[in-house]
Design a binder for this molecule. Sequence first.
Ligand code: ES4
Ligand code: ZN
Length: 315
Amino acid sequence: MLPKAELHVHIEGTLEPGLLVRLAARNGVTLPAAGTRGRTDRYRFTGLQSFLDLYYANLPVLRTEEDFHDLARAYLVRAASAGVRRAEIFFDPQAHLANGVPLEVVFAGLSAAVEESAEVSAELILCFLRDLGAQAAEEMLRAAMPFRERFTGVGLDSAEAGFPPSLFREVFRRAAAEGLHRVAHAGEEGGPDYVWEALDVLGAERIDHGIRAMEDPVLVGRLRDERIPLTVCPLSNVALNVVPSLAAHPLPAMLEEGLLVSVHSDDPAYFGGYADDNFAAVQREFGLDEDALALLARNSFDSCFASEKDRERWK
Ligand code: ES4
Ligand code: ZN
């Protein structure tokens, strides 16, 4: 299996139907009707919000340190089999706090799995839920500071349209002052203007998705010249109707433009595949040769936050 880095995966989006049902039973939590659909059928979504509704509806099964540990452990085992050597994993603590789960429970479970992981070098990235607003994000960052050593950066996720990056200027400034890395989802639902803002206002070092940047040639030039990484999730974009079909995905055009793009899985339990499955899908659809696949894998390491020495070792 080709060695690669997974830089765009939400740990909550790795909650497979089997574990979902087991955790629900273990915790005496009743699942939403829609949440069990995946056991018998593929999940179907009309757009980002229809997916997020189910994603959040399933999260109350996560209650204890053991639950978060089991979730992350299962992901890391699966990732290793996909050739993942490095994983920078998003998590959504505001969603768990809203479900009455204390921050220390979330950190304890996830950090234990990350620290035990021998086969994958893993780090956590704390995401702010943009639809809860800037003040909630600032409170979240403050509450997370006692756990500063357990996460390497901050991100911005959840419903994008109507919640521009510029709202989060202050919290990203504070995160930078704490020496945290900064990434942001932009240009999935939102247009190229959201990508500009993520770069100029938030100081984002990496853009998650960013596919709509292709609508703006000046932005494309900047992304290429500054080698700004874009973490692209092809199966996610198809599942959420961000693109009409895999054949219509801009990945080949992004490579053609010389952008620093890499391929990732987003919410693999919901969108039909882990890193290896996303690689296989684009290989098949676009007839990518060994060199193109090797470039995508190399880009994933070049885009990660590990040391140069580690990156060269994994490549
Ligand atoms: C997400 Cl696909 C996607 N987009 C935005 N936020 C998210 N959180 C989990 N998956
Ligand atoms: Zn995402």
